[in-house]
Ligand binder design. Structure first.
Ligand code: ZN
Length: 199
């Protein structure tokens, strides 16, 4: 089999991005080579550095270049509230839409036994240890309203109660099946503000 050309390798590499098929990848590759080689070089450098240097915060599991991220390290955040989200994008959505000043815990997924994603893969042992520290009083469960998200929420509520922490859930109004990050700010802000204790 002949080695593929550099152009073919570039098109193939671009397809790792979500939503990018063969046609889009070709268009991107031609665009960079025909019109914006400097931009392409900047993209390549930024990708290489990010992949190499962005890790996870040991406290909240969000993306971070440092061992403890800026939010977790901030003295201005309320350590009595801990909001659990599925993804860094969900965390950002809440941070931008609400006036929340507590801390976060990012699962980087949701419970999905069939895909081999259990409590350990989501760092729930870390979360349990965090709750055992005794500082958290309210665990705000902000998983998505999908079947797996709800199962995860149920598990988190049990974990909270085991540590005498009050679990709360965002009010309904966040559309069913809608991913948190796509909900508009007003709706998210309202759902977050009128959360209630989980049964
Ligand atoms: Zn952190």
């Amino acid at each position: 089999m002949p080695m593929s050309s550099l152009l073919e390798q570039l098109i193939d590499a671009l397809r790792v991005l979500p939503g990018v098929g063969q046609k889009s990848a070709q268009r991107m590759a031609y665009h960079v080579l025909e019109r914006d080689r400097a931009g392409g070089a900047r993209l390549a450098a930024a990708l290489a550095s990010a992949v190499e240097r962005v890790g996870h915060c040991v406290r909240c599991r969000d993306f971070s270049e440092t061992e403890v991220c800026a939010t977790c390290a901030s003295a201005g955040r309320d350590a009595h509230q801990l909001c659990v989200v599925e993804s860094p994008a969900d965390r950002l959505a809440i941070e931008q839409a609400t006036g929340y000043r507590g801390l976060y815990f990012v699962l980087q997924g949701r419970l999905s036994p069939l895909d081999g994603v259990g409590p350990r893969e989501l760092g729930l042992d870390t979360l349990a240890a965090r709750l055992a520290e005794g500082e958290v009083q309210e665990l705000i469960v902000a998983t998505n309203p999908t079947v797996e998200g709800e199962a995860t929420a149920h598990y988190l509520a049990q974990l909270a109660r085991q540590h005498k922490v009050r679990p709360s859930r965002l009010a309904h109004g966040v559309p069913l099946g809608g991913e948190l990050e796509y909900v508009d700010r007003g709706t998210l802000s309202h759902a977050f503000g009128s959360r209630s204790e989980m049964e």
